[in-house]
Design a protein around this ligand. Structure first.
Ligand code: PEP
Ligand code: MG
Length: 565
């Protein structure tokens, strides 16, 4: 048995697919026989072209458009002239000739003034990569189309890899690196896929096609499990299913405490496809639509129309239920390759989220107009991430105002009084909550970031993860300040960080007066049950006691005692 750290609950069985980051060493050689190298190159190019043709035939929508554009590029003679020249005249080996031949074309595109043409450099680099993969006999795995019951094994899944993953066929994820609150772990939980991280050397221990069983709670992994092990895991799986069945009676009930205090129980989503999952789990709305996943799931910047269609789909599917769309929150651990974000020493403290949007007005306006246009089809609100000051909120609202004027000029309809809120995830924002609350319609506390900025512990850094805790009295005081600031100004305060769905933490949040809990939808029934067992008065008393404590350890102990009552 191999042990890692369980970050997403459940039992999974299946065959492994290993995703290894390929480190190629391209050697420069001069050859006697350039014809052979030319043959190798032409064969590799032919295979890649054929594969692309097959994809174009079966694809639809954006993927079809992108792949058709790739085909056109591949069939352009000028693209391969430099490579052929490097083989025939300079007598270089095929691999090196492809590297330098394609790089010279990539450079020409990169230097073009036209933004669209400059963006094609990335496509050509991708084609080069695929030809080199053929020449090196590497297997490229298409993670958007996997066989049923696949267990993904990877060094680390990037957030954009996860956005493309064919979730319906994944029955488990094993990674060498990554933390509980990394976006990959959050996505695994959304899709109810068992996941285990911190499995050192996983990509060496396992081989493609190995049969494994995993327990996402205990972090246990069984390579070629025995019949007895399979039976034990099946038993745990059945127990988990039974527990879930017992929650069924909370499907149709209102979310309220035993003494009748009603709160909103809503869900976090990453894509329009998640709506079906959260409705199945009886979410009363969407408290956080992480719109950046639309951007990360795409090879190019999504257009206003593409975004409009995605937001409209969510709005329509959710009907009257509230949906909060968060504007683009990239940077930090969420990269957008086509934006070519600068490399930074401290990306979490850097050029990200609202800072990036306020600096790229065209990009920001494209998204805001798409949301405004979609607002007519449902109950949408807009939320700005990473607000640290009142000026940022005002600037963002001014740009939104300009978008409304531009839509008015074109007679394009939208909901005029659409609500505008902000995430409270930076301590400075929590500290000036009462001022911010006077200039917006709602708050949503993002504990995932609020914790990391309050205790100065990067959210994905496993080495210091023991210091990353929502129980820190400093974090709790900031949460209180945000809720009180909102209520004093008469606006509502929600929470969309992972802490909102933690059964141990919920009584404290009820006691502090939180109005809305937005979580991974798998936690919704469990949370509704927990809330129904609580009395608001007891929770208030608990909150008062917790606010007097000075250490995370004491806070956690107090909350555990309360949960055992
Ligand atoms: C948060 O920071 O708590 C949050 C919900 O946003 P994200 O996890 O996407 O950074
Ligand atoms: Mg955040």
């Amino acid at each position: 048995m191999i042990i890692g750290k369980g970050v997403s609950t459940g039992i999974g069985f299946g065959n492994t697919v290993i995703l290894k980051s390929q480190e190629r060493k391209i050697e420069k050689k001069t050859v006697e026989n350039p014809e052979n190298e030319m043959k190798k190159f032409k064969e590799a190019l032919g295979q890649v072209t054929k594969e692309t043709e097959t994809i174009v035939e079966s694809a639809s929508g954006t993927e079809k458009e992108i792949m058709s554009a790739y085909l056109m590029i591949m069939k352009d003679e000028t693209l391969i002239q430099e490579t052929e020249n490097a083989i025939t005249n300079l007598k270089y080996n095929a691999e090196y000739a492809v590297e330098i031949g394609f790089n010279s074309v990539i450079q020409i595109f990169e230097n073009m003034d036209d933004e669209y043409m400059a963006g094609r450099a990335r496509d050509i680099a991708d084609i080069k990569n695929r030809i080199l993969a053929k020449l090196f006999n590497e297997q490229i795995i298409n993670i958007s189309e996997l066989k049923p019951n696949t267990i993904i094994v990877a060094t680390e899944l990037t957030t954009s890899d996860t956005a493309k993953l064919d979730f319906k066929n994944v029955s488990g994820i094993i990674t060498e690196l990554g933390g509980t609150n990394s976006h990959t772990s959050i996505m695994a939980r959304t899709h109810a896929i068992p996941a285990i991280t911190k499995v050192g050397e996983a990509t060496r221990i396992f081989h493609n096609g190995d049969y494994v069983a995993i327990n996402g709670d205990s972090g246990e992994i069984y390579l070629n499990p025995t019949q007895k092990e399979i039976e034990e895991l099946e038993k745990i799986k059945k127990e988990q299913e039974k527990e879930n069945e017992e929650l069924e009676k909370y499907r149709d009930s209102v979310t309220k405490t035993a003494d009748g205090y009603v709160v909103e129980l809503v869900a976090n989503i990453g894509t329009p496809a998640d709506v079906e999952i959260i409705l199945r789990n009886t979410a009363e709305g969407v408290g956080l639509f992480r719109s950046e996943f639309l951007y990360m799931d795409s090879e190019n910047m999504p257009t206003e129309e593409q975004q409009f269609l995605a937001y409209k789909e969510v709005a329509e599917k959710m009907g009257d239920r509230p949906v909060i769309i968060r504007t683009l929150d990239v940077g930090g651990d969420k990269d957008l390759k086509y934006l070519q974000l600068p490399k930074e020493d401290n990306p979490f403290l850097g050029y990200r989220a609202i800072r990036l949007c306020l600096d790229n007005i065209t990009l920001f306006k494209t998204q805001l107009k798409a949301i405004l246009r979609a607002s007519k089809y449902g109950n949408l609100s807009i939320m700005f991430p990473m607000i640290s000051s009142i000026e940022e909120l005002r600037n963002a609202k001014n740009i939104l105002r300009e978008c409304k004027i531009e839509l008015d000029e074109q007679d394009i309809p939208y909901k005029k009084n659409i609500k505008v809120g902000i995430m409270i995830e930076i301590p400075s924002a929590a500290l000036i909550a009462s001022g911010l609350a006077k200039e917006c319609d709602f708050f949503s506390i993002g504990t995932n970031d609020l914790i990391q900025y309050t205790v100065a512990v990067e959210r994905g850094n496993e080495k210091i993860s023991n210091l990353y805790t929502k129980f820190h009295p400093g974090v709790i005081k900031l949460i209180k300040q945000a809720i009180d600031g909102a209520h004093d100004a008469g606006i509502f305060c929600g929470m969309c960080g992972e802490a909102a769905g933690d059964e141990l933490f919920i009584p404290l949040l009820i006691g502090l007066g939180l109005d809305e809990f937005s979580m991974n939808s798998n936690n919704i029934l469990k949370s509704r049950k927990r809330i129904s067992e609580l009395e608001k008065y007891d929770c208030k008393e608990l909150a008062e006691q917790v606010l007097k404590l000075n250490s995370a350890e004491e806070v956690e102990r107090k909350l555990r005692e309360f949960s055992k009552r």
